[in-house]
Design a protein around this ligand. Structure first.
Ligand SMILES: [Zn+2]
Length: 234
């Protein structure tokens, strides 16, 4: 087994740690015989294996969220100045309170604000493109609908749409704007949609395929546990 060895003059016991990258670090009192270290590691093998598996499992299954069409890993960072920071594959959150609820709340608040910003912009772009006027835009969180449009030109959008690709977000906006012209899902409705979104069939399929993931609220229960290194002492 590969490990990093550290001699610690103040220590009288052997400690083994599995850090967040899954690496094993062994800290020993000075002049500890190699045999002793090896037999300790041998005894700890199962424990090390279990800790590594836990770190891996948690990082792929639990702590991911869709944002603009991509699954992003959720990380805790105590050093960044921004509360929430989006980089390529990662959303880093600086916690104010060190618990899962507070981090989840910060993440969802941030995502909802991004949604309102992006979708408002998209609606005004698409309204210009189609020549449709809308009177009111509202954001909701709904289990079964991505958007709706009333006959008095009020459009409602599900803010969870920020989790979809930009093309898919645009398709939903076009779809709702099209309802100001056609109040059903008739052939002429879909022809109208296709005029502004020739890829609409693909975008609809994306939504159907990803609906469950789009409604998924990441369970961050283990994120703090995992980010702490785990340690075993004899
Ligand atoms: Zn519709």
């Amino acid at each position: 087994m590969e490990y990093v060895l550290k001699e610690n003059t103040r220590s009288r016991s052997i400690r083994v740690r599995v850090n967040t990258r899954g690496e094993v670090e062994v800290s020993v009192p000075p002049r500890t015989p190699k045999n002793t270290i090896n037999s300790f590691l041998e005894q700890s093998q199962e424990w090390i294996h279990r800790m590594r598996a836990r770190i891996q499992r948690n990082s792929v299954e639990e702590d991911m969220i869709l944002h603009e069409g991509q699954l992003r890993k959720i990380q805790i960072s105590t050093t960044q100045s921004e509360r929430v920071l989006l980089t390529n594959n990662t959303i880093s959150i600086r916690p104010t309170t060190y618990n899962a609820e507070s981090v989840t709340r910060a993440l969802l608040t941030w995502q909802k604000a991004r949604a309102e910003e992006a979708l408002t912009h998209l609606v005004s772009q698409c309204a210009k493109k189609t020549g449709v006027t809308i009177l009111k835009l509202r954001f909701l969180e709904q289990k079964t609908r991505w958007g709706s449009c009333t006959s008095d030109l009020h459009v409602q959008l599900n803010w969870l749409l920020i989790r979809a690709t930009q093309e898919v977000q645009r398709y939903v906006v076009i779809h709702e704007l099209a309802h100001t012209v056609h109040h059903d899902h008739s052939k002429s409705f879909w022809q109208y949609v296709a005029r502004f979104d020739p890829q609409y069939a693909e975008n609809r399929k994306w939504l159907q395929r990803n609906a469950t993931q789009m409604h998924h609220v990441p369970q961050l229960k283990n994120i703090f546990e995992v980010q702490k290194d785990v340690e075993k002492i004899i």
